[in-house]
Design a protein around this ligand. Structure first.
Ligand code: UGA
Length: 442
């Protein structure tokens, strides 16, 4: 099939590259010429395992094209995906500006019937707005093409996005047009070949499914963080409790890891947006508000422990910060707990020596540019020289089994604050370390 994907951000680029890998001809459209030129040279603006190979290979075969001309893409396609950003508005709702700008442009340039598929995370009712906007533009031109707007939410995880797209748990298609549903099923069939994983529903439910999924996952994390905080107070170990409850098949083991809070471009934004949607429909969302509150507090939980150990005044202390990205496998630092923790520690007078396997450039450029209190180190061992303690925030594999003897020889205090429960308490004790995990986890 011939497809246009609008937006070469994270979702759009993965979508375009994966569809082209299955033999479709894909036009990736973006307004950022600099980015397009880089993509043509195989330079990927974000760190995502496997994506560079896919882009390079399919661009070379001409199955994947990059253009700033939407008209060119649409002229040659019968399906057009919208994958532009929906950043958070000041009031917490999803800002639909980019989505509706794109809808306007589609209406201005389309020259035949078109299936428009929305992949951006958008509140319920957006498909209606997109359709209305396109129709208005068509009317202005006196054109009478048929347009179907489908909701096809994306469930990619950063760091494993290519795998998630290639082997999806489910493909949700929100539409009431059987013909359109069949076309999309055909397009997605290669990705679901061994197991039918299509879930067909109305467009509102599909839009809501995306928010409900992320809200549910965020709720699980805040719930576990709360359990961990209670465990600490009663002397229980959250890791044992996690195993205990995960063994119930109704609960399951996955996504039950407590830590120093969830981050990223999705959970915080989507939980907020759903609270706002509920409010707009006269519903006060009690659970989601608490999920957000628990998470904001959890991001500062390690700071609370640090203050308990060292006191409120941290002048003269330097901390080794292990990990900056919001999770391993990405260089994304949006809403990352590391940013909140570092800023708070600096406020209390501390200095930071930071290291992350992928996010150093992002940190230097966008978060701590020229910040005299943050020193960026070449590796994890450099950060610990003279440090008052290690603070582990992101569970990159290379932090799993460091040489604690080497560290012990150069660190000022043998102390670890572990925001991701990566180490064994007894082992660290045998090496002479004081260990502060989350929820007594070991
Ligand atoms: C999330 C969803 O998992 C995807 O399904 C969805 O498509 C995506 O948002 C989106 O809406 O685009 P992502 O933000 O890449 O994906 O990251 P996750 O792997 O879900 O992790 C989110 C945060 O939760 C991280 O900060 C992570 O450290 C934290 N987390 C995760 C925990 O604290 N505990 C866990 O057990 C799991």
């Amino acid at each position: 099939m011939n497809i246009t994907v609008i937006g070469t951000g994270y979702v759009g680029l993965v979508t375009g590259a994966c569809f082209s890998e299955m033999g479709n001809k894909v036009f990736c459209v973006d307004i950022d010429n600099g980015k397009l030129e880089k993509l043509k040279k195989g330079l990927i603006p974000l760190y995502e395992p496997g994506l560079e190979d896919l882009v390079k290979r399919n661009y070379k075969k001409s199955d994947l094209k990059f253009t700033n001309k939407l008209k060119e893409g649409i002229k040659n396609s019968n399906i057009c995906f919208i994958a532009v950003g929906t950043p958070m508005d000041e009031d917490g709702s999803a800002d639909l500006k980019h989505v509706l700008d794109v809808a306007t442009e589609i209406g201005q340039v389309m020259s035949h019937d078109l299936i428009v598929v929305n992949k951006s995370t958008v509140p319920v009712g957006t498909a209606d707005k997109v359709k209305k906007t396109i129709k208005q533009e068509l009317k202005k031109r006196g054109a009478e093409y048929k347009v179907d707007v489908v909701s096809n939410p994306e469930f990619l995880k950063e760091g494993s996005a290519v795998g998630d797209f290639m082997r999806p748990d489910r493909v949700i298609i929100g539409s009431d047009n059987p013909e359109v549903i069949n076309t999309l099923k055909e397009l997605y069939f290669p990705f679901t070949i061994n197991h039918e994983r299509f879930i067909i529903m109305d467009v509102y439910s599909a839009e809501m499914t995306k928010y409900a999924s992320n809200a549910m996952l965020a709720t699980r994390i805040s719930f576990m963080n709360e359990m961990a905080n209670i465990c600490e107070r009663v002397g229980a170990d959250i890791n044992r409790v996690r195993e205990g409850i995960g063994s119930d098949s109704r609960i399951g083991y996955r996504f039950l890891y407590p830590g120093c809070g969830y981050g990223g471009s999705c959970f915080p934004k989507d939980v907020k947006a759903l609270i706002k949607t509920a409010q707009d429909h006269d519903y006060d969302s009690h659970i989601l508000k608490q999920v957000e509150k628990v998470n904001n507090e959890q991001k500062l939980y390690l700071v609370k422990k640090i203050k308990e150990r060292f006191g409120e005044d941290l002048y003269g202390h330097s901390f080794a910060m292990w990990g900056l990205s919001f999770k391993p496998g990405t260089d994304d630092m949006r809403e990352a707990p590391s940013v909140v923790i570092i800023n708070k520690l600096i406020k209390l007078g501390a200095k930071i020596k930071a290291y992350d396997p992928q996010a150093m450039d992002v940190a230097k450029k966008y978060y701590f540019k020229n910040n005299p209190h943050v020193e960026f180190c070449d590796n994890k061992y450099q950060t610990v020289e003279g440090a008052s303690a290690i603070i582990l925030v992101t569970e990159w594999k290379e932090f799993r089994s460091p040489d604690f003897d080497d560290i012990g020889a150069v660190i000022k205090n043998k102390i670890i604050f572990d925001g991701r429960n990566q180490y064994h308490k007894e082992y660290l004790k045998s090496k002479g370390f004081e260990y502060y995990p989350i929820g007594n986890g070991s």
